[in-house]
Design a protein around this ligand. Structure first.
Ligand SMILES: Nc1ncnc2c1ncn2[C@@H]1O[C@H](COP(=O)(O)OS(=O)(=O)O)[C@@H](OP(=O)(O)O)[C@H]1O
Ligand SMILES: [Mg+2]
Length: 353
């Protein structure tokens, strides 16, 4: 299979980083995060980004990375730096082969800062560039809800590999969408899901483990015969997408079920596994540009599960421009067969404003 090594590396790196974020959440819940004033999101974000970039640079030294964070804050904040360094050192998978693929633990603090800083790529249309969101859905992370560790590889501006670590989603693909899941998740074995896809080779899900990767199963979007029965997902934050426009679109499509609000790219993962049908993200702000790391992995996973993802005007999401999707507005993700019908209504609603 194409990109087999990249996929394997991405799965293990996301697995290791997702477990780190879960430990930070558990520490927050137990009240043992007292050494620094930093928010658990900050700690998890830096730790996860350092781990993932170190693994990428070990396996593919000349690849570039567009990461959400950089090391500036850590260079000036010693307390924060040592707290994150402690976590990063402890974040090893219970499997020697997996650790060898990842290059083992990061050697020293400088190595951690160097890894973090390697996320400054400007992106673009040429070469191999990874897009990384170490904690997507920061609000979800803080409220014990959905969040995702997101990594994708783009080659010449096209997303070819995508991996999402969703520690608070139910393991069973058939389980109904339930936004309350994760409310009391702990740092325990047997919870959470790792989703992956390679362009042209399908999408899979597997339980999140601490050691070797669990066996994957193919995921597919749910066949939807009657659009009025669709379940659609949207952001929790009203500031990130227009709940009003989305409700108007659902109404015009004859959808009566209430939307499922969920933070992060867990929305893409959920519709890809058939727990939900549509993901609508209609822009609120005229100036906000979506970040590539908020979409790259989810888009290839939905595409490989039988879906189509475009922006709100029907344009393919263009990951080749830089760190943002500056050529696009909004997101419409749906099973291939019904995407045109959904898009038509999206355009009607947007045009009538
Ligand atoms: N104004 C505006 N419009 C659209 N999107 C924005 C906006 N501001 C921020 N963001 C990005 O939204 C990312 C989280 O998206 P979600 O779908 O998880 O939103 S929500 O948390 O459910 O509201 C969030 O990612 P994280 O910061 O990783 O959580 C942001 O990159
Ligand atoms: Mg994000």
């Amino acid at each position: 299979m194409a990109y087999e090594n990249e996929l394997h590396l991405a799965q293990l790196a996301v697995q290791r980083a997702t477990l780190l974020t879960r430990r930070v959440y558990a520490a927050k819940s137990k009240g043992t995060l007292s050494k620094s004033d930093a928010s658990p999101v900050t700690i998890g974000d830096f730790g996860a980004q350092a781990l993932i970039i170190a693994a990428i640079k070990h396996a593919f030294p000349s690849d570039e990375v567009v990461g959400e964070e950089d090391a500036d804050d850590l260079r000036t904040n010693e307390a924060l730096r040592s707290q994150i360094w402690e976590l990063v050192q402890e974040a090893t998978l219970d499997d020697a082969e997996a650790e060898a693929v990842l290059g083992g633990p990061i050697k020293d603090v400088d190595g951690m800062l160097t890894a973090l800083d390697a996320g400054r790529s400007a992106g673009g249309a040429k070469g191999r560039i990874w897009a990384l969101d170490p904690i997507d859905g920061t609000k979800g992370f803080l409220r014990g809800g959905q969040y995702a560790v997101c990594l994708a590889l783009m080659v010449d501006g096209e997303v070819v590999v995508g991996v999402l670590g969703c520690p608070n989603l139910p393991v069973d693909d058939k389980e109904r969408l339930d936004t309350s899941i994760g409310a009391d998740q702990t740092d325990a074995e047997g919870k959470g899901v790792l989703f992956s896809a390679v362009l042209g080779h399908g999408a899979t899900s597997r339980p999140l483990t601490r050691g070797a990767l669990a066996e994957g199963t193919t995921i597919k979007m749910k066949p939807l015969e009657d659009i009025t029965q669709a379940t659609f997902c949207e952001s929790v934050e009203a500031g990130h997408s227009s709940h009003g426009d989305q409700a108007a679109i659902a109404g015009k499509l004859g959808i009566t079920k209430e939307s499922v609000r969920m933070d992060s790219q867990a929305k893409y993962a959920s519709i890809a596994r058939g727990a939900g049908d549509l993901y609508l993200r209609l822009p609120i702000s005229k100036t906000y540009q979506e970040k590539i790391w908020d979409h790259a992995a989810g888009v290839v996973i939905v595409g490989e599960a039988g879906g189509t993802v475009t922006d709100a005007w029907g344009k393919k999401l263009d990951f080749s421009i830089g760190r943002t999707l500056s050529g696009n507005k909004g997101v419409v993700a749906a099973p291939k067969a019904i995407h045109p019908e959904v898009l038509k209504v999206v355009i009607e609603v947007l045009s009538s404003k």
